[in-house]
Ligand binder design. Structure first.
Ligand SMILES: CC(=O)SCCNC(=O)CCNC(=O)[C@H](O)C(C)(C)COP(=O)(O)OP(=O)(O)OC[C@H]1O[C@@H](n2cnc3c(N)ncnc32)[C@H](O)[C@@H]1OP(=O)(O)O
Ligand SMILES: O=C([O-])CC(=O)C(=O)O
Length: 378
């Protein structure tokens, strides 16, 4: 057995998967063999869930049945609303809230006691978790602002219903299309850190709720999903500073700061998702007649390419896009989770079919053969 250490598991292949294909040199991403550019604007998030979970795009009748099934599962138990209200009162971080409330869902799940690797009950649990996450997040966002939660509407799709519950107003078509495309683009991405942590959890034959809860905790960090809110905070800092954006970013890079939204473990070129999200960021700026956030972003991208050879990842243009949709900055990472939950579940379903405990080794470099001294003699 080799003791070579692969820090951060870089380049280590640990499993086979049929879910997402990534070519980090060519900047290509596909789900189940379909390039994202071909379906991102034309398939809904619900269709993508079917593709990821079942392997094929749904027929119209399969799709209608699945959409209805999801819509039917959006309500929360009154106890769950109470928990959300308590956490909203304490103004906890939205990702901490999501992790906590999500974990509590297993207490109310009718299949909680089922065998952890049973595909049918996992699909049913997966539907319930995916359907309830938007209700949880929208309720929290409203309660912390002193507003009542808005009940889900079964006649609206996944994206439209979330925006409706968040704002207590039916969203227009542009907002729904933009948000739905963001959900589609964030749904899966190979063995990213949060998906891997879900798989480590379920490789012990733990259950789906535990896997998703682990994944939310992992997504929250600023090196992963947490980067999208930091991108927006950076753009706001630039705006507040009164400095030219190029001067601001030059100072930050010279000070050794890591620029959120840049760099990637797998992509050596521009993340293909950033190209699609960029168009929405630009269009929204044009629509409201304030291209500021998009323009700052373009300046940063140019500077990072010239000086560091680094390209934007998925978190870069989603930030200005969400901001221009009026979404509170600290909800960007939980919104990432609302989408990625589909990928986490798909990977866990795939793993349960042929699971083996994930248990790597560390190369021990500490002392050995030290003499124990009892506490009275120390
Ligand atoms: C959905 C997602 O998770 S996408 C990623 C979201 N995260 C971010 O945007 C945070 C900023 N980016 C980063 O911190 C990193 O690029 C990561 C975490 C995404 C990838 O990390 P790793 O693959 O471990 O790359 P690593 O940290 O070794 O960086 C390689 C080199 O590029 C530099 N670098 C990488 N990203 C950045 C950045 N955003 N800003 C400045 N320099 C960077 C590093 O300083 C390092 O330089 P060095 O070799 O001179 O020390
Ligand atoms: O794949 C990764 O390491 C990070 C990423 O882009 C994602 O999770 O979408």
């Amino acid at each position: 057995m080799s003791d070579e250490v692969k820090r951060g598991l870089e380049g280590v292949v640990v499993s086979e998967s049929r879910l997402s294909y990534i070519d980090g040199d060519a900047g290509e991403l596909g789900y189940r063999g379909y390039a994202i550019e071909d379906f991102a604007r034309r398939a809904s998030y619900e269709e993508v869930l079917s593709l990821l979970w079942n392997g094929e795009w749904p027929t119209r009748s399969e799709h209608d049945a699945f959409v209805a099934r999801l819509a039917d599962q959006r309500d929360l138990d009154p106890d769950v609303y109470d928990l959300i209200a308590n956490l909203a009162e304490r103004d906890v971080d939205p990702m901490a809230m999501l992790r906590t409330v999500l974990s509590s869902l297993s207490a109310y799940d009718e299949d909680a006691g089922a065998a952890p690797d049973d595909r049918e009950t996992n699909l049913a649990k997966g539907c319930r978790i995916t359907a309830k996450l938007p209700t949880i997040l929208a309720a929290f966002a409203r309660l912390r602002d002193g507003d009542d939660p808005v009940d889900p509407r079964a006649d609206l799709g996944h994206a439209a219903n979330f925006l409706y519950m968040l704002n207590d107003e039916e969203p227009d078509d542009v907002a729904v299309e933009t948000f739905d495309t963001a959900l589609v683009l964030h749904a899966d991405h190979g063995l990213n850190a949060s998906t891997f942590s879900a798989l480590v959890t379920t490789s012990t034959m733990s259950d789906l709720h535990s896997g998703v809860t682990s994944a939310v905790g992992t997504l929250a960090g600023p090196l992963h999903g947490g980067a999208n809110q930091n991108v927006m905070r950076m753009l706001q800092e630039i705006d507040d500073s009164g400095k030219a954006p190029r001067e601001w970013i030059e100072d930050a890079v010279d000070a050794g700061e890591r620029v959120p939204g840049f760099g990637h473990r797998v992509y050596n070129v521009r993340d293909p998702r950033a190209a699609i999200l960029e168009t929405y960021s630009e269009q929204l700026g044009e629509t409201v007649g304030d291209p500021r956030w998009y323009d700052y972003s373009v300046t940063i991208e140019e500077y990072m390419a010239e000086t560091k050879g680094l390209a934007p990842n998925v978190d870069f243009y989603s930030a200005s896009m969400y901001y221009q949709m009026g979404i509170p900055v600290d909800l960007y990472t939980p919104i990432f989770a609302l989408s990625r939950v589909g990928g986490w579940i798909a990977h866990m379903l795939e793993q349960y079919e042929d699971s083996r405990l994930i248990r790597p080794r560390a190369h021990y470099v500490g002392d050995r053969d030290r003499e124990f001294v009892p506490i009275e003699e120390r």
